[in-house]
Ligand binder design. Structure first.
Ligand code: HEC
Length: 136
């Protein structure tokens, strides 16, 4: 579990570093990006988000702090580099087991992510961040 977390974190940081480096080297856009990718949430990932995240991270959430940090229903409207940043944050907190907050899970154990759900959500966020990141 811990090993996988560290691996995923390394992967995310790796993506960020590579993209940052590429941007700094000003590689022409065509070489970096071969297909147009836009923010997209597959149904199975959306189900996980609906179950464990949107209660606090949606534009109509009553959790002011959570809403201030992240709103899933507004994510697609953010500037691209902000989308990438939020997605990287999502991958990180999920891998670290920081979200949903443990205090919340004590009173809502049914919202806890299973191992498979964590992997699916974190992989989606990391891959989406990586696809969106280059050269914009
Ligand atoms: C019970 C409410 C609640 C739930 C459920 C919840 N969060 Fe959060 N989340 C918060 C709060 C509150 C913060 C702000 C924490 C802080 O500032 O210390 C936060 C912060 C975050 C951040 C920003 C972290 C940072 O370093 O800035 C991310 C990303 C995040 N949550 C993702 C998620 C994801 C993904 C889920 C579902 C798996 C989730 N959260 C579920 C309340 C929640």
């Amino acid at each position: 579990m811990k090993k996988i977390s560290i691996f995923m974190l390394t992967l995310v940081l790796g993506f960020m570093f590579v993209n940052f480096t590429i941007e700094n080297n000003k590689v022409p856009q065509e070489e970096v990006k071969t297909e147009a990718v836009t923010y997209h949430v597959p149904d199975d990932v959306q189900q996980i988000i609906d179950k464990s995240c949107v209660g606090c991270h949606n534009s109509d959430s009553k959790n002011i702090k959570g809403k201030g940090k992240l709103q899933f229903d507004e994510l697609a409207d953010l500037k691209l580099h902000k989308q990438v940043g939020k997605l990287a944050d999502i991958a990180e907190v999920v891998n670290e087991g920081d979200m949903p907050p443990s205090k919340f899970l004590k009173s809502n154990p049914d919202r806890e992510l299973t191992y498979d759900e964590k992997v699916k959500l974190a992989n989606w966020a990391a891959e989406m961040a990586e696809k969106l990141a280059p050269s914009e």
